[in-house]
Design a protein. Structure first.
Ligand code: 4NP
Length: 157
């Protein structure tokens, strides 16, 4: 059976989208669905290419038994062909992803949505960027993502 492919996207690919990716991978493992999915993350910016996720995010995630293993990369035009779902963390990412798609792969119909479209517990319309804030921001991002990422899985199950 064809695998469902999901790409989570933020700005730097070192905080929010690697966390979303790791949360989704853990959820798939818990539900025995790993084999049915291809999961990845990317950034719209290129500053951190090749780097591990921000240590503050990795530590906050480890406290929840979530392992963030990804290395940062930038979204490419090929991603619009490879992925069924491209899930943005905020409005700015969403607009940048659509602009890239329109510029490079205009005939591609990958589903592009903000991850917060799938929220149920939290009201935030965007996943806030925790990079320039305090440690509590990373926990808040994880709380928000645990809600919306599981909402996404339910929506396609
Ligand atoms: P992310 O957070 O988009 O969640 O990975 C950021 C990481 C780095 C920067 C901005 C946001 N930066 O400006 O370097």
């Amino acid at each position: 059976m064809k695998k469902i492919s999901v790409l989570f996207v933020c700005l730097g690919n070192i905080c929010r989208s690697p966390a979303a990716e790791a949360i989704f991978i853990k959820l798939l493992e818990k539900k025995g669905l790993t084999e049915g999915f291809i999961v990845d993350s990317a950034g719209t910016g290129s500053w951190h290419i090749g780097k591990k996720a921000d240590s503050r995010m990795r530590i906050a995630a480890e406290r929840r038994d979530i392992n963030i293993l990804s290395r940062a990369r930038k979204i490419t035009k090929d991603d619009f062909e490879k992925f069924d779902y491209i899930l943005a963390m905020d409005d700015s990412n969403f607009q940048n992803i659509q602009a890239l798609r329109d510029r490079t792969s205009p005939n591609n119909f990958a589903i592009i949505k903000k991850i917060q479209y799938f929220r149920s517990v939290f009201n935030e319309q965007e996943v806030p960027d925790p990079y320039f804030g305090g440690d509590e921001g990373f926990d808040h991002v994880l709380d928000i993502l645990e809600d919306s990422v599981s909402g996404f899985l339910e929506s396609i199950s």
